[in-house]
Ligand binder design. Structure first.
Ligand SMILES: Cc1cc2nc3c(=O)[nH]c(=O)nc-3n(C[C@H](O)[C@H](O)[C@H](O)COP(=O)(O)O)c2cc1C
Length: 336
């Protein structure tokens, strides 16, 4: 891949959630916002709010920007010129979202190049009423997303992305079979050789078997249905993974309680229950997870589009393909 300072800056960017107290100077703020304004806008249908009170954002960042979709300003300009807006509201909203996003991302990159870090806050639209009041926003100015920014007090590694061939589809969109999605998940996980894996709703073992083919040390498969278990065991035998596999024919809670006795020895957990069960499973699983999953271990959760899981860890990956949402959560807690 080609390198230059701009590309290199973009390739190592990551969201920053811990910040130093050091406050960026006026000059730095101006450079970042001006660089943001040079984004390729449709209509400049966006405006920017700034709050410098670190206590006002969850990351205690010295700067908190709020990106607004703003038709009010354009309407004021047009009114002064005696022009009338003919574009419909949906178009204004779509272009406004694009303009605000482009402004934001240009600012993220400019900030990164100046040694600052940032993290978006997606809860903004849900707090719209509060923000409208706080900043005295006029009608037709909608707070879309916020960006916490400052000098980083952490240096996490850049988070993984899909492989290029899963993102760039030339001439024709490919048919997205299970195998392709699985491939993308494992690519996002990076090297997993030597890890210990727990496949908790194993079914016929697709995820665990793929992990074994990528060199994990051991995979423990948990499957409740004895008939499915028989197929799973046959699959393991056919691929000659028996020395590296253990199959537990039990419900997930019972299996977890047994496994917890061995301590938090798993590095990777696959969790793919029937979608309708996921929230119930999350609730029951959370207190047990620290007893089986090592500190820094990753849980890979597959659910439906509306899946909302954290398992009490840091989300490191979150993507939706078709009707499937894949969330990867890194566990921070050690066993208690
Ligand atoms: C629109 C949007 C909203 C986001 N909201 C949040 C948030 O509320 N909290 C958070 O910790 N990260 C949030 N993020 C950051 C993402 O979690 C982060 O970009 C993603 O995990 C990828 O990690 P990376 O930015 O380090 O590559 C948001 C990102 C975007 C684009």
């Amino acid at each position: 891949m080609l390198h230059n300072p701009v590309v290199d800056t973009m390739m190592v960017r990551k969201s920053i959630r811990r910040f130093q107290d050091k406050v960026p100077t006026e000059e730095v703020v101006e450079a970042i916002v001006r660089a943001g304004q040079q984004a390729p806008f449709a209509y400049q249908l966006c405006s920017l709010l700034l709050c410098r009170n670190a206590a006002e954002n969850p990351f205690h960042a010295p700067l908190l920007f709020t990106f607004c979709v703003d038709s009010h300003r354009l309407e004021r300009v047009m009114a002064l010129r005696g022009w009338k807006m003919v574009t419909n509201d949906l178009s204004l909203l779509l272009f406004g979202i694009q303009d605000a996003s482009l402004l934001g991302e240009n600012m993220v990159i400019a900030a990164e190049s100046l040694g600052l870090g940032s993290c978006y806050l997606g809860s903004t639209p849900y707090r719209a009423a509060e923000i409208v009041e706080e900043y005295a926003l006029p009608p037709r100015v909608f707070p879309l997303v916020q960006l916490a920014m400052g000098y980083p007090a952490e240096d996490p590694p850049p988070r993984p992305r899909y492989p290029l061939e899963f993102t760039l589809f030339e001439d024709r969109y490919p048919e997205m079979g299970d195998e392709m999605v699985r491939e993308a998940i494992f690519d996002a996980l990076g090297p997993i050789g030597g890890l210990r894996v727990l496949d908790l709703f194993a079914g016929t073992g697709a995820m665990g078997l793929e992990a074994l083919s990528r060199g994990v040390r051991e995979c423990v498969f948990v499957e409740e249905d004895p008939r499915v278990c028989a197929v799973l065991k046959a699959n393991i035998a056919a691929l000659e993974y028996e020395p590296h596999s253990q199959v537990i024919n039990a419900g997930y809670l019972h299996a977890l309680r047994i496994l917890a006795r061995g301590g938090p020895g798993f590095d990777l957990l696959f969790l793919d229950p029937p979608y309708r069960m996921l929230s119930e499973v999350e609730g029951l699983l959370m207190p047990l997870l620290p007893s089986v999953l090592a500190d820094g271990g990753v849980a890979v959760v597959e659910g439906g589009r509306a899946t909302e899981v954290t398992l009490g860890g840091d989300p490191v990956f979150d993507r939706t393909y078709g009707d499937t949402r894949v969330v990867m959560v890194k566990m921070r807690r050690t066993a208690t």
